[in-house]
Design a protein around this ligand. Structure first.
Ligand code: GDP
Ligand code: MN
Ligand code: MN
Length: 328
């Protein structure tokens, strides 16, 4: 079975590298051997991966099996994955929530959501305050999937029943098959658990493509997990200068989800599953927290007091930021 393949290396860079023969072997575009001898060392960054080929301390691989069919409510996702790619016991299997939802019959029609008064009210507000003309039934679907609305306008930002915060409760309108809407899995961590039952690893992450505040664009995030703790806790370890780390809890499942999403793609690739091999947790403590609790989520508390109508009201404000800051 053909697989898309990408290899990520981590290695130390030695100033003694690269050598001339290895350079020509790998068609590097860095400084020539003469330039190197003359002390022009150039940028070692782009030699990093080539050096790693020969003396990698560790690396991980990502595989996206091709040939998975259109997933439907009658698909057994775990079995299908196992049929398409050999999985080792230490592998981490990332599965796009889109196919998890399809397998769990989470496709819906707009007509399944007759709008209630709150949906009608929010739809009118969105039409008034933005250039959008949303469908009341879609807004109703978002409300039914949510436990809290964080933003009502210019788009609905809500918390789903399982604790994930996303635009429109993560309801998708692309890659949804013949239906109009695809709801997120009801409980993605339970889905991850179920998928793992058919696999020879218990480590499964359910991903979704999601926007982030403060940055353009979207990336993969983990919305469900099983057999792996969400974070590596570096607190109490030291940096290179012996200073103790006091705050760093690295959210590993989000990082792995982002890497997997990079390979899975967003469009018609047809590769919703990515197997991560040889990821090493290392000698670090684990942390089980993933979604923030409202009580320790300062940003969310701030958002609660904010309204779009207030910002879009006509008051002039001169932006003091460097207009070229994005192009640095
Ligand atoms: P999301 O990030 O979970 O919302 O999922 P996307 O819609 O971005 O899709 C992720 C990947 O799964 C893309 O490569 C899609 O082409 C692929 N995909 C979506 N649905 C199916 C399906 O039913 N079968 C297969 N084989 N691939 C699918
Ligand atoms: Mn999605
Ligand atoms: Mn996606």
């Amino acid at each position: 079975m053909p697989v898309t393949f990408c290899r990520v290396y981590r290695a130390a860079v030695s100033p003694a590298f690269p050598t001339c023969s290895l350079r020509s072997l790998l068609e590097l575009k860095g400084p020539s051997a003469q330039e190197l001898k003359a002390g022009k060392t150039g940028d070692y960054g782009h030699h990093l991966s080539y050096f790693a080929c020969w003396s990698a301390e560790s690396y991980m691989q990502l595989h996206a099996p091709e040939g998975l069919p259109e997933i439907t409510a009658s698909s057994n996702l775990g079995t299908l994955i196992a049929d398409h790619i050999d999985i080792n016991s230490n592998d981490i299997v990332c599965v796009a929530s889109t196919v998890v939802s399809k397998a769990e019959a989470r496709t819906r029609s707009l007509s399944d959501f007759p709008p209630g008064p709150r949906a009608t009210e929010l739809t009118a507000q969105l039409a008034e305050e933005t250039a959008n003309d949303p469908d009341e039934r879609f807004i109703q679907a978002v409300l039914e999937e949510s436990v809290e609305i964080l933003l009502e306008s210019p788009f609905l930002l809500t918390e789903t029943r399982f604790g994930h915060v996303g635009v429109n409760a993560g309801i998708d309108r692309s890659n949804v098959g013949h239906e109009e809407l695809l709801l997120l899995p009801k409980h993605p961590s339970k889905s991850a658990n179920r998928i793992a039952e058919s696999l020879s690893t218990d480590q499964v992450i359910v991903t979704d493509t999601c926007g982030r505040p403060f940055r353009h664009g979207q990336r993969g995030v983990a919305i469900g997990w099983s057999g792996i703790e969400p974070s590596r806790d570096w607190r109490g370890e030291t940096d290179r200068d012996g200073r103790e780390l006091t705050a760093t809890v690295e959210n590993v499942i989000d990082e792995l989800a982002a890497a997997a999403n990079l390979l899975a793609g967003e469009g018609n690739n047809g590769t919703p599953v990515v197997v991560i091999r040889d990821f090493e947790w290392g000698p670090h403590a684990e942390s089980s927290a993933h979604f923030r609790d409202i009580n320790d989520d300062l940003i969310r508390q701030a958002v609660r007091g904010w309204t779009y109508a207030w910002l879009s009201a006509s008051w002039s404000w001169v932006d003091p930021r460097d207009p070229n800051r994005d192009s640095r």
